[in-house]
Ligand binder design. Structure first.
Ligand code: GLY
Ligand code: MN
Ligand code: MN
Length: 453
């Protein structure tokens, strides 16, 4: 008989070698760029209180997870490229009483052993040890103003460091932006990243299909959210990558609507923007479909227009073009659609120049996608647009939204909001769509909505 798992300990979610390799890559880049007197400091996300005695479910900071795989709060990574020890962490101590309430902690010893970190200290030793470990350094990569708590400790550390070196020519360490540095690594996805992202997209897609099949007039938006949440967890997601947007009728014209508390009425469209998170990577899919399974003529006109735009943009994706080209293409095609629908008048150039189109299309064509739904990485480098490269992943999500209150729009279009969002990987020749498991053609949608699971 198998020995029973007493669950008195945990194991890292992913293989620690993945994170070791990432640290090695980042350390090498820092050494090459800044030499061996520049370190990197990354802090965990703070725990946040929701209400009395209740915390928001904890989710590690993306950069911290990217470099360590470590999922506890009150932890810090200090990377000292080219030095021994090179990777140093500070973590919470083991604490029998706290663990009785909140569960297992690795403690310094457990972290060192399970996560393959060179040296691990108690977080209580951070003030003293960090100053010792950074003695003689000239600069440090750190993201200021993201985490007040961490900023406070870093301020003290920098002050103590300066004091400890006396008037020996060392001033306050120069702070360089860690998020800009790490964003460049996170932007180009390797096979491990892509496997996680593909899985997140696949789970998200299954959940969207479940929502489509299960939607019936009279259901609440929250009931549809429940169908999706069930699929997320059944398929192995850890959580959602961002708050569900389940927007029926006119609510679809609110871009990040998340009340999700209305009844989905017969005759309305339902816009769902939802993505599952798997190993810290998230999908980001939007589909818009009729609650009763049949598009009205007006809904069909808007939907078919947005779908055509979305497919054209996806077809245009390839290495070498700029993300901005996709934005401009989206704007141009959607403004054409606005003319077709009698939403705008006059000359196309004037509509675009005066930003009049933003009334109906207020967002961009997409964004990098990865560990954060709006993922890390620059779109421009020192003001110049950057070309797309294989391994970049992003969303393509044109939309058109006619607020119900817009009396200048044709009456039949008021209250219609449509967004269609897929997730793509740039490949050598074009792109791979990771989210094609969710129908988006009109006939496919009409054949599936409300048909039951
Ligand atoms: N889900 C947020 C977005 O599409 O940007
Ligand atoms: Mn998006
Ligand atoms: Mn989205």
């Amino acid at each position: 008989m198998n020995k029973m798992n007493l669950k008195t300990s945990r194991r890292p979610t992913e293989n620690p070698e993945i994170f070791k390799a990432r640290r090695a890559k980042v350390a090498k880049a820092i050494l090459g760029k800044d030499g061996d007197t520049t370190a990197l400091l990354v802090a965990s996300h703070p725990e946040l209180i929701r209400n009395y005695d209740v915390h928001y479910l904890y989710r590690q900071d993306s950069n911290m997870y990217y470099l360590t795989g470590f999922e506890e709060p009150e932890s810090v990574l200090l990377l000292r490229p080219g030095k021994t020890p090179e990777s140093v962490m500070f973590v919470r101590n083991k604490d029998v009483e706290r663990e009785t309430w909140d569960g297992f902690r690795y403690g310094p010893e457990g972290t060192k052993k399970e996560y393959g970190i060179d040296e691990v200290f108690s977080i209580d030793d951070f003030p003293k040890k960090s100053v010792e470990l950074l003695s003689g350094y000239e600069s440090i990569y750190y993201r200021l103003f993201k985490n007040k708590d961490a900023d406070h400790h870093v301020e003290k550390m920098l002050t103590d460091l300066r004091l400890s070196s006396g008037r020996s020519g060392y001033g306050i360490l120069t702070i360089k932006d860690a998020d800009t540095l790490l964003g460049e690594f996170r932007l180009i996805k390797d096979q491990t990243d892509l496997a996680n992202l593909r899985k997140a997209c696949e789970i998200s897609a299954v959940a969207h299909v479940a929502a489509m099949k299960g939607t019936k007039p009279g259901m609440t938006e929250r009931q549809i959210q429940a169908l999706m949440t069930a699929e997320f967890y059944k398929q192995g997601a850890a959580r959602e990558g961002y708050n569900f947007i389940i927007a029926s009728g006119n609510s679809a014209t609110t871009l990040h609507y998340n009340f999700n508390d209305q009844v989905c009425e017969d005759g309305e469209l339902l816009l769902i923007d939802a993505g599952a998170e798997y190993n810290y990577y998230t999908g980001d899919i939007t589909r818009t479909y009729p609650v009763n399974g049949k598009f009205s003529e007006a809904q069909k006109k808007v939907y078919a227009g947005v779908l055509k735009v979305q497919k054209e943009i996806i077809n245009f994706v390839k290495p070498g073009i700029f993300f901005k080209d996709l934005h401009d293409m989206g704007t141009s095609l959607l403004v054409d659609l606005m003319f077709e629908l009698n939403l705008v008048r006059g000359r196309k150039e004037d509509v675009i120049k005066s930003l009049e189109h933003k009334k109906y299309y207020p967002h961009g064509v997409g964004h990098w996608l990865g560990m954060d739904v709006h993922d890390a990485g620059l779109y421009h480098i020192k003001g110049k647009p950057r070309p797309l490269e294989p391994g970049m992943t992003f969303t393509v999500e044109p939309g058109l939204y006619v607020p119900g209150t817009d009396t200048s729009a044709p009456a039949e279009l008021r209250g219609i909001g449509v967004r269609i969002e897929d997730n793509v990987i740039v490949t050598e020749k074009g792109c791979e769509v990771m989210t094609s498991g969710v129908p988006k053609e009109i006939e496919e949608i009409e054949a599936i909505v409300g048909r039951g699971n």
